[in-house]
Write a protein of this length. Sequence first.
Lengths: 129, 244, 125
Amino acid sequence: MNINKPSPSHLWRWFDPRDKSIGTIAFIINRLSAIGLTIYLFLHLAVLSKLVAGSQAYDDFLILAKSPAIKIGEMFVIAGGIIHGLNGIRITINSLGFLLKIQNGLLVGLMIIALAAIVYFAIRMFSGA
Amino acid sequence: MNDTIWTIELKIFRQRADAQRYFQTFQIEINPDEYVLDAIEKVWAFHDRSLTFRHACHHSTCGACGMLVNGIEKLTCITSIRSVTQNNGKLLIEPLRNFPVLSDLVVDTSSMFKALEEIGFNQVASLPSACLPYERKTLEHERSEYQRLVDCIECGMCISACPVSLTDSNYLGPAVLAAAHDASSQPLSNKILEIVDSRDGLWRCHNAFECSAVCPSNVEPGLRIMKMRQTVIAHRIKKLFSRG
Amino acid sequence: METNRLQKNITENVWLWLVKIIAGLGIVIFLTIHFIVNHLVAPEGLLSYADILRYYSNPIVPIMEAGFLIFAVVHSLLGLRSIILDLNPSTKVMRFVNPLLIAVGSASIIYGLWLLLVLVQRASL
C-alpha cells in the first residue's frame, strides 16, 4: 500500500509535533483547543437549562460546580480560550498581510501573554478570590 | 574540505510501486563536508544499484533531490552530512510526504507540475514580481523590463511539510498558491481569483508556516499565501461596495 | 493533488472564512467586555440563582450575552466545518454536513436566546 498519498487517515499526524517548527505547535494547540472549546460550548448551553428549572435546581448544580474536578476542567477551558483567542489574533493579523516577517516572534509574544493570563486566572480561581 | 572521514549508517526507505515498504540499512564512509545526496549516491554506486532516487543539478537549482532527512524536508544536494549527523551517527532517509511513491525515494510530483502549469506559473518573471515584498525595498532599479528566474525550484518540499496537504489531496497546497501570488502581482485575473478564492484554495491554510520553514529557496510560500489573502479580501470587499 | 480540478470548487470563496474570523474577533471583544462587566456588576462572582437574576437585570448584560452566544456558535461551527474540510469530504458528505451545521447552529442560537429572554423576564419581576 502506498502510504504516502494524502489521506484523511493521516489525521493523527496533524498532532505529531516531532521535527516540526513552532508554527505546527500553534496549529496543534489551536486545533485541540478548538475541539475542546466547541465541546464545552454545547455542554455549557445544555447545563444552562438548569436556570430555567428554577433556583433550587441551579443552586444545587452550583454546589457541584465548585468541586475541584470541575474547577480544574474550567481552568482548562480558560487556558484553551486564551490560547485560541490570542493565536486567532495572530492568524488574523498575518492574514491581513501584517507582521509576516516576524510571525514567529508574534506567536511567541502572544503565547507569553497567554501564559501570564492563565497564571493570573489560575491564582484567582484557586486562591478562592 | 578537509580529509576527515566519518562512518555513518543510512537507513533508507524502500518501496516498489504498491509493494510492501521496508527500511534497508547501509554503512558508508564519507567526508562530513560532503552532502546527503553524495552519501545516497555512494550507496547506489557501491552497495545497491537497485536504489532509485531523483537527482540532477547537484547545486539546488533543479529541485529534484528533495527528501526527508531524519524526518525533515531537505534538499539533499545542499545538506551537508555534518549538519544532520555525527561520526558513527545515523541518517534516516525517506521520500517526501504527500506525493505517491513511485519507487524508493522517487515520488510522483506530476500533480504539482500540472497545477503549476494551470495557474500560469512562469520560471522567468519581471524583477519586481519575482522578488518578495520586503526584498523590493532593497532593489536599486525596480523596473519591470528587468527579468530574472523566480525563486521556486518546484521541489515540492513545501507540500510535503504542509499539514493540510497531509489529509486533503484537493487542497492546492503552498507551492501552487505561492505561484499564484507570483503570477498575480499584476491586477488579479479572474482565472487566478477563481482558483485561489475557492474551497480548496487560500482559506484552507492554517498558518503553520511549515512551508516557509522547509523551503530551500526563500520563496516563503506562507508569506505569499498571506499576501494573496490580503489582496483577495481587499478585492472582494471593494467589489461588494462597487456593486451598490 | 488530483489533476485537472483546479476550478472544481469555486462555489465557495472568502466570505465563510471572513465570517469565521469576524465572529472570532467578536468573541475576543465580547469576552473582554464580559470580564469587565462581570467585575463591575458582580465583583464577588455569580454565586447563586439570585445573583444571576440580579446580573441580568442590568440591560447591557443580555445584549452582551446574546452577541457572545451568536459569535461563539457561528465561530465554533465554522471552525468544525473547516476541520471536516481538511479531511477531504466528498461533495455528497458536504451536502449532508452543511445543512446539519446550519440546523445545529440555528437551534443553539434560538435556544440560547430563549434562555436569555426567560432570565430577563424573571429578572424584571
